[in-house]
Design a protein around this ligand. Sequence first.
Ligand code: CTP
Length: 406
Amino acid sequence: MALAGKRVLLIVSGGIAAYKALELIRRLRERGASVRAVLTKGGAQFVTPLSLSALSEDKVYTDLFSLTDESEMGHIQLSRDADLVVVAPATADILARMAAGMADDLATTVLLATDKPVLAAPAMNVRMWEHPATQDNLDRLRRRGVRMVGPNEGPMACNEYGFGRMAEPEEILAAISRHFGRPAGALSGKRALVTSGPTHEPIDPVRYIANHSSGKQGHAIAAALAALGAETVLVTGPTAEPDPLDVRTVAVTTAVEMMAACRAALPADIAVCAAAVADWRVASRADEKIKKGEGGTPTLTLMENPDILASLSTGPDRPALVVGFAAETEQVVANARAKRERKGCDWILANDVSPETGTFGGDANRIYLIRADGQETWPEMSKTEVGQRLAEAIARSFQDAGDGVA
Ligand code: CTP
């Protein structure tokens, strides 16, 4: 049992999903972990200390200033006496207080004092999830190493639909299990670099050039490579996609930043360039917002961005297997073949991104896998399945090549 003997400190904050924390405790304990719960004031509106305590078979901690708690166990010790701190549900409010470094109740005090890894399962209304304040807080927390599981998309208790539903207990459990030991897989010992999402190329401080890439495909590939055991770095432009589990995610904005982050992630055995990198950037970005009526309609002079895929394919530290995408709107296979040769990569996954296909932003993809010596046509499948099929093909190619160059 991967979780036997592990000590989890579970912080339950005030969301409707708090009831799922009970199921999470039950499942963690079934797998041999011990769970100690901290319940916030808001959390206590949704579940009782008694139910948490009955399931964890331990005292439940609620009050920062309770003398008995402090005499039995100070909050510092509480925060250290665990192998992993899990916040589930993590409301917009507790995420904001974590990001700000507040310590105004027992939960946030423990989170500020802990020297242990923290995993949070956000749960909130979709508008709260999408609010820039929440997204900024999440970025800050991720940069500090807090890992997120979920949220999921779906109908919400407030009759709205979208991202914000807390991950299911089994998904949180899977994230916890992965934290305590990456399962050995066909790509164990391999390092993978994946690019994903669009890039934003600034025109002035408030405007930018971008494209419709959602990042769904690149993120799914990174998750699938990590699930097969590869040590995976995901370099992503701005997207709404949650960070994949067990992947080191590096957030960038522009193509130039993406290139620098990719270089910094080398050496790698595998590179998959799924990002829709802007081909051009504005040659001289205005320092102030360009105003109407000053000098008529502005003309933008563009300059070419670095080609990350071509650079990885031809650089001195070339990964053994370099995979690119070809986003085409016509003559998909012929254009992709030419692109493979031009860029010097090993494989190209070609897809039709004409608006009527719904590929950009959608959940499904139809792929032609083009190699130097042949081509495969994959049936239409979800982007998650494309990621898994590609990761399996990559694993096979390393096995076939006797673990050498694919
Ligand atoms: N790519 C890249 N850096 C760029 C442009 C593209 O790494 N500056 C990568 C993409 O991630 C993808 C592949 O190159 O893996 C092909 O991208 P695509 O947009 O299809 O092709 P372009 O190179 O932009 O060529 P064109 O626009 O002429 O089709």
